[in-house]
Design a protein around this ligand. Structure first.
Ligand code: NAP
Length: 280
């Protein structure tokens, strides 16, 4: 399946500090207008214990109220995290939980099969990783999920998931940004294995994205030279890292989503890319 080079991360529209629903719908519509065809979400993108799946419901609503064609849009959701409502994130990646979480996501998204279902995080409480990814594979085989992905996985876990899932595994989603580059081995492994690599918090995360230029002078200086935002430079730099990279910047405003989508048109020179590679 082919998706846009830049996706949309849905988390800022649904966790603590989220905007009004109408602004979020306008943000998702702006992404679709800009040609974005990958929307990343999770059942755990909500705030209170009573609004589990807030982001999935929002995306389903935005897709159904959009005037244009959405047949090519891939909604990628996740299971395995829970939010009890006190601000914390807990984990349950047991096969039983993943099966019921998938059913609930199917219902909220209003689809017969989820396009891409990602294991949100390995479960350190004793659930073998093979069992968690195996459960996602069973969901693919049952026709409830079309493609399988994993998230927050180390190289050994990527290899394990690939052994269990084979070609059903298509993507890995790990944290990667100018501030956080320790997923480089996983990124390179994805390139070797032909798996999509979706960097999460590519701009440094919701609370730090606005300060990207002041935190990383090279990104600001190269942005100034091109007359674009440092966030756009960051996304263009990530795209240049490897052909398998599909950044999923989060947005809660149409302006930021439009700006991010334009990063595909920003050409950075070899010298600029080398400088950004070294920038800290
Ligand atoms: N798998 C995991 O464990 C995991 C963990 C975290 C996140 N994620 C996923 O990754 C996505 C991205 O991560 P994130 O949302 O945490 O952080 P992020 O993408 O690094 O930063 C999000 C913030 O960047 C701002 N922004 C976006 N584009 C911009 C632009 N062109 N110029 C200026 N500001 C811009 C947005 O501001 P506005 O709100 O003002 O638009 C947004 O609040 C999430 O939404 C989620 O889908 C996955």
């Amino acid at each position: 399946m082919t998706v846009s080079a830049i996706g949309l991360g849905g988390m800022p529209m649904s966790i603590e500090g989220r905007p009004e629903r109408s602004r979020s719908i306008a943000t998702i519509h702006a992404a679709l207008d800009a040609g974005v065809t990958l929307i990343d979400t999770a059942d755990a993108y909500h705030a209170g214990a009573d609004d589990v799946g807030h982001n999935e419901t929002l995306i389903a609503e935005a897709l159904s109220s959009y005037g244009g064609d959405t047949a090519d849009v891939l909604v990628a959701t996740k299971g395995g995290h829970l939010r009890p409502g006190d601000g914390s994130w807990t984990i349950d990646s047991s096969p039983e939980h993943l099966r019921s979480a998938c059913e609930a996501s199917l219902e909220r998204l209003g689809v017969e099969a989820i396009g891409l279902y990602q294991l949100h995080r390995p479960d350190a409480s004793g659930v073998p990783y093979e069992d968690s990814v195996g459960a996602i594979g069973d969901l693919v085989d049952a026709g409830k999920v079309r493609m399988a992905g994993i998230s927050n996985a180390d190289p050994a876990q990527i290899r394990t998931a690939h052994e269990v899932l084979g070609d059903r595994l298509v993507s890995v989603q790990n944290q990667y940004s100018p501030a956080y580059r320790s997923s480089a081995p996983e990124l390179r492994l994805c390139q070797e294995m032909g798996l999509a690599f979706l960097p999460w918090s590519p701009l440094g995360g919701i609370s730090r994205a606005a300060d990207l230029g002041s935190s990383f002078a090279a990104f600001q200086e190269i942005a100034d030279a091109h007359g674009v935002s440092p966030q756009q430079v960051t996304l263009a730099w990530l795209l240049a890292t490897a052909p398998v990279v599909i950044p999923i910047p989060g947005s809660s405003r149409p302006e930021t989503v439009r700006d991010s989508a334009q990063s595909v048109d920003l050409d950075l020179s070899t010298e600029e890319l080398a400088r950004l590679d070294q920038a800290s």
